[in-house]
Write a protein that binds this ligand. Structure first.
Ligand code: GRF
Length: 218
């Protein structure tokens, strides 16, 4: 087996997806190595988690730069210094810039808390609750210049319950993210997903046992 895939993770917040990646790596179900965790927010709890695991961290705050393009260049340079093969946006709340996108074209993935192309952008769980849909979920996709528009790599569905609010739905969606994101990173590391343009699924691990139908009418 080849070496674990060197991955840089970009975060702005809590870091539960980072924790899920680290657990899967520990369990041997995600053939990756997290070489650095970078954030635009010094207060992101995800940074503490990374430090507690001895992972290199960097804060590249937009406020410290004259404009967006200077921030983008600095972030790109800091990421490149760790020589990752894949960038994972795991709750990174800023649009990435053109320098980063160009340097890692097709090798940046994002996890989004909705079944794209439904509910892109901010507050996706609230959008789903307000739209009164019955099923939502999460998407792992390749990042392009748009907002949550890049090619979909994998999705997982969860039910939206009648008494859900945005928080309860987001909590359920996050449980699906914590399984799906490490699985996608592992598939990339093992060459089952090839990040060319468009991305290719080389060998599917299996077929979903059943389609999720909610409410259970069938
Ligand atoms: C996740 O729900 C992800 O889909 C969205 O931001 C959230 C990050 O959560 N992009 P966490 O910081 O990984 O807990």
């Amino acid at each position: 087996m080849n070496e674990p895939l060197p991955v840089a993770v970009l975060v702005s917040g809590r870091g539960s997806n980072l924790a899920a990646l680290l657990s899967a790596i520990d369990r041997g179900t995600c053939h990756a190595r997290i070489v650095a965790v970078l954030s635009d927010r010094g207060a992101a709890p995800a940074l503490e988690l990374a430090r507690s695991r001895g992972i290199a961290t960097e804060v590249v705050s937009a406020k410290s730069f004259a404009d967006r393009s200077a921030w983008d260049e600095a972030l790109t340079e800091r990421i490149a210094s760790f020589d990752p093969q894949l960038l994972v946006l795991a709750g990174f709340m800023r649009l990435i810039g053109s320098a980063l996108l160009a340097r890692y074209a097709g090798r940046i993935i994002n996890v989004h808390p909705a079944l794209l192309p439904a509910f892109p952008g901010l507050d996706a769980p609230a959008q789903a609750v307000n739209a009164r849909v019955s099923i939502s979920g999460c998407t792992v996709h390749v990042v392009d210049a748009g907002v949550d528009t890049g090619p979909v790599l994998a999705q997982a569905a969860v039910p939206v319950l009648a008494n859900d609010d945005a928080d309860s739905l987001h909590a359920r969606i996050q449980r699906s993210e914590h399984a799906l994101l490490p699985a996608v990173v592992d598939a990339i590391a093992r060459g089952r997903i090839v990040l060319e343009s468009p991305p290719r699924h080389v060998a599917l691990a299996g077929v979903a046992a059943e389609p999720l139908v909610w409410p259970p009418l069938l």
